[in-house]
Design a protein around this ligand. Structure first.
Ligand code: HEC
Length: 681
């Protein structure tokens, strides 16, 4: 058993235990050794002191306890600390007796007293404290270490005594503040609270002394129950005469207590309070409890704050709250008419970049909304330069392609690469070869700054009052066809058009990069910058399938006789899940799994990835299929497997299916055809 202990204990303690095992100390008094131990316990070597401590623990006399505690006057380390703790535990009863009889005096030894009280069992500490309180009640000025000791070691009984004395005004202001802090520490550090009801704490909130009010507020923040006194928090927070320190404490307490009552109070103060300082503090506290509810008052404040240092404080209390920066940014972005005061704008842009934070969306939104054109232009240029430099240095285009294809970003729904993808925005096939990186960064981060020719949005209002926004798809004498942000075409008869204006905003939403961390953003930019350049990201070469439709075939489908559906159901049927290959033409395992995510894999019999080849004239087509364990079928017939195969096809469209084993989805599949063209949409 000793070797096992050796692994776990600090070396000194282990040595000591070994020694004890070899020569067990004689139980009972060996007081003759005390004079030697008195010297050893003050020895410069910690090893010697350690040994002395453990020997003292076997000699249960008041003097042993005194000597042991005296070791606190020399430097301690964790091993010594632990040894002293053990020793005092062993000697606890003799020490308590010595304290009671006056043989051990606490005066001048506050540190030792505290150590001893924290070492012994709580009920022993409680005994010591109550005896001390009985013979020496706490004085008006709280002399001695007792207030703090009750805080660190008192049980509910002693804590009650302390609390009562505060309530009965038995302390002067300074001692009362100490006592309130001791009670708060007891709750905070050891979850210890006075016995009985504590809601009378609320009575102390009406005090005339700021230090007591603040102490009571901080205690209320940890006890969290003021009963009928709760409304006083709101009164203190909003009263014109309240000092700044008390006011902040009141808001912190409301925030700490939380719950419906606090939120009600805070949201009232956030909108109705006459002082802007109270409104900002209320808003920040509310944001911590319920971010959504704090957005409106926060936006109102960004308009009204005119003092820059007040604005800085507002942002500093608000932005550390998770999600606050992004939420404010999207509220500002969502309202094109949003105006932010110059002070709030400048302060926010500063705080948003402070202390390792980089709430870039907020900075951008504030720059645009604070109306200081030159400032925001300079800022935008900085932001774009910064991201451009970093993307050049650290961006990884291969990872970036997967970012680009994330469904939540929707890049693919609006943009096409190699013809595959949405048509709402410009085709991206060669964007990296034709546009510099900083242009790409700016287009994505600040889509409204420059809008690409031919992609300006148009806002049409019909006579019945409906509004349509989109880019112009077509127009003739009869009707205007817009393509909206979802890629859908909407035709409006010209006779029905009441007004037609050019939109000032891009159809590409701002803030798209919100869900991404910086590295993901840099990877995305790196990916776009490679598009169209020779290499893995050149989609200009045809002959490879890019647009796929995925189907998961289950036992249930089999039961319902749906074997043939993959050959007859149109691509628009819900059995198909649309999916695009990477620029290289590979349809990777992760893309397949992501597309098929909604389906239960249990009972899956086969996975089919389908695409379509169009031939203008009959031809013999060579296929090249990458991906082990796959099977190639065309128009219902098996044509080949992984590798090369060829078949004669008629002119027209042919449905091609690559069948996968659901238990062994290959790392990627890729299909090339020597003739014809794959249908992209
Ligand atoms: C709702 C549709 C939509 C979404 C989603 C969208 N865009 Fe756009 N994008 C557009 C439109 C429309 C334009 C052209 C207008 C403009 O320049 O702002 C555009 C322009 C761009 C441009 C500038 C192209 C040029 O030739 O000037 C880039 C780069 C770009 N988008 C990248 C992205 C990326 C990356 C994503 C995904 C994070 C994305 N877009 C998501 C619609 C969209």
């Amino acid at each position: 058993m000793l070797p096992r202990l050796l692994n776990r204990l600090p070396v000194y303690a282990a040595v000591l235990l070994a020694m004890a095992a070899v020569k067990p100390p004689v139980q009972g008094a060996d007081e003759s050794r005390l004079p030697i131990l008195e010297k050893l316990i003050q020895d410069p070597s910690p090893k010697v002191r350690l040994e002395a401590l453990r020997t003292l623990s076997k000699i249960p006399t008041a003097r042993s306890a005194e000597l042991a505690l005296g070791s606190l006057n020399l430097p301690m380390d964790s091993t010594l600390d632990y040894a002293l703790w053990l020793t005092i535990n062993d000697l606890s009863e003799v020490w308590i007796d010595a304290l009671k009889s006056g043989a051990w005096k606490a005066e001048g030894r506050e540190k030792q007293l505290e150590f001893a009280l924290r070492s012994i069992k709580p009920e022993q500490a409680s005994r010591v404290l109550s005896q001390a309180l009985a013979s020496n009640p706490l004085t008006q000025d709280g002399r001695g270490p007792w207030i703090e000791l009750i805080g660190t070691a008192g049980t509910e009984r002693e804590l009650r005594v302390l609390f009562e004395q505060i309530l009965q005004k038995g302390f002067d202001d300074a001692a009362a503040a100490r006592a309130l802090k001791a009670l708060a520490d007891a709750q905070r550090l050891r979850k210890a609270k006075p016995s009985g009801s504590t809601i009378d704490l609320g009575r102390l909130l009406e005090g005339t002394s700021d230090s007591i009010t603040i102490g009571a507020l901080q205690l209320a923040a940890v006890w969290k129950d003021l009963g009928p006194h709760f409304p006083k928090l709101g009164q203190i927070a909003s009263a014109p005469g309240t000092s700044p320190a008390v006011r902040s404490a009141a808001f912190q307490t409301l925030r700490a207590i939380g719950g419906a009552g606090a939120m009600e109070t805070l949201s009232k103060l956030a909108t109705e309070s006459a002082s802007s300082l109270a409104r900002s503090q209320a808003t920040a506290a509310l944001a911590a409890l319920d971010l959504n509810r704090a957005i409106d008052p926060a936006i109102a404040l960004t308009k009204s704050l005119i003092d820059e240092s007040e604005a800085v404080n507002f942002w500093r209390s608000l932005l550390p709250i998770k999600g606050a920066g992004k939420a404010i940014a999207s509220a500002l972005n969502g309202d094109p008419k949003a105006k932010v005061s110059a002070a709030a704008g400048r302060a926010g842009m500063r705080v948003a970049r402070e202390g390792g934070r980089s709430d870039l969306e907020l900075v951008t939104a504030l720059a645009l909304a604070s109306g200081q054109a030159s400032d925001s232009q300079r800022f935008n240029a900085e932001l774009v330069n910064d991201l451009t430099t970093k993307a050049n240095q650290k961006g990884d285009p291969s990872r970036g392609e997967f970012v680009y294809r994330r469904q939540d970003l929707a890049c693919v729904t609006c943009h096409a690469i190699g013809g595959a993808g949405g048509k709402v925005g410009p085709d991206m096939t060669s964007i990296g070869a034709s546009a510099p990186l900083d242009y790409l960064v700016e287009s994505v981060v600040l889509p409204n700054v420059k809008i690409k020719e031919g992609f300006h949005s148009i806002v049409l209002t019909s006579r019945s009052g409906d509004e349509y926004t989109g880019t112009l798809a077509r127009e003739d004498t009869q009707e205007v066809v817009l393509r909206n942000a979802a890629g859908l075409e909407q035709a409006v008869a010209k006779s029905d058009v009441a007004s037609r204006v050019n939109g000032t905003l891009s159809l590409m939403p701002a803030g798209l990069l919100e869900p991404l961390n910086e590295q993901e953003q840099l990877d995305l930019f790196a990916f776009m910058s490679r598009l169209g350049k020779p290499g893995d990201f050149d989609a200009s070469r045809g002959g490879v399938a890019r647009r796929w439709h995925l189907n998961v075939f289950t036992h249930t489908d089999k039961q319902h006789g749906k074997d043939n559906d993959i050959w007859v159901k149109p691509w628009s049927d819900k059995m198909w899940m649309p999916i695009y290959s990477l620029v290289s033409g590979s349809l990777t395992q992760s893309l397949i799994q992501e597309a098929a995510r909604r389906n239960v894999w249990v009972g899956t019999m086969a996975i089919s990835a389908a695409t379509e080849l169009q031939l203008a004239t009959p031809a013999t087509v060579q296929f090249k299929l990458a991906g082990p364990g796959t099977e190639l079928l065309i128009d219902g017939k098996v044509i080949g497997a992984t590798g090369a195969s060829s078949t004669a096809l008629t002119a027209g469209n042919h449905r091609i299916v690559v069948r996968l084993d659901p238990r062994q989805i290959p790392a990627f599949i890729r299909l090339e055809a020597s003739e014809g063209s794959f249908v992209l949409n």
